[in-house]
Design a protein around this ligand. Sequence first.
Ligand code: NAD
Ligand code: UDP
Length: 311
Amino acid sequence: MKKILVTGGAGFIGSHLCERLLKEGNEVICLDNYFTGSKKNIVHLLDNPYFEAVRHDVTEPYFAEVDEIYNLACPASPIHYQHDPIKTIKTTVVGAINMLGLAKKVNAKILQASTSEVYGDPEIHPQPESYWGNVNPIGLRSCYDEGKRCAESLFINYHKQNNVRVKIIRIFNTYGTRMNMNDGRVISNFIVQALKGENITVYGEGKQTRSFQYVDDLIEGMIRMMEAEDNVVGPVNIGNPTETSILDLAKKIVKLTNSNSKLLFEELPQDDPMQRKPDISLAKKMLNNWQPQVSLDEGLEEVIRYFKSII
Ligand code: NAD
Ligand code: UDP
């Protein structure tokens, strides 16, 4: 039985990861300050004697003897990470230093949940890991983008300088059950608006693209990355390469929900990336032919059922 620490474990992705790790017979410590996560996401795990929920902020040091660390603590939606940008930088950078220090002390393997945002508004399409990105260092998104870029640098340097066994994955837009319905991300916004019969808020003309991955596919990729040989350090893109424009996504969600909602075009936020699609050839090669299994339609149906049940 492995002892595994999941920071940000009460969040959307973290709660699915904790669930899967427990199912596989591990002992799990879920560390969270509940900024964007919620006890509701993990309440079904609290009776499990091998699960422990700890209220803790990763900007403060933490100690536990563990074998593996998944570092997910960080608000992920633009409205949340822009709410207190300095705190976001501290969480990504100081949080990474604290967790890497712990990994070094207890000789644990550590995986960083990095992001496609390190590519900024990309000039290369689709994005391979070798692309260095196009990030505005002083823009609205920089607290998150530059924080995550700095964290990648910390991970690589703890590996090179201190032989810490690190793994970096770059996660592309992920959706699924337990997304916070008020966190402003596009899939939760559109589904909730469609179910309530409200206007669907499309930013700009909706020509910008994203490639959406269902959470189960991400969790599988994360676990395969952690289990890969120590020389598989990454960064490795984990995402679904099926690309869709935001306008097409809005129309699809209206159709799938049978909604009467109308599209409302609003101003495009500053530095909103125009196109995003992962090149996943490296993940396929290094992670035992990993590739997404859930189509956008199947995943959306699942999330629509979920939001119907909680609205
Ligand atoms: P989320 O907001 O649901 O989860 C983040 C969790 O981290 C929350 O439970 C929150 O309370 C916790 N947290 C935030 N600051 C903390 C701190 N200082 N100390 C302790 N806990 C803290 O978001 P998510 O979508 O589940 O994202 C999880 C991770 O995956 C994040 O690191 C995010 O950057 C990364 N990621 C997510 C996506 C996506 O599309 N969902 C894409 C790329 C990367
Ligand atoms: N978006 C939108 N309407 C919304 C929320 C988001 O048109 O109500 C757009 C947003 O401008 C971006 C895309 O959807 O182009 C994805 O936004 P999200 O915040 O989900 O993720 P990110 O921009 O971080 O990829």
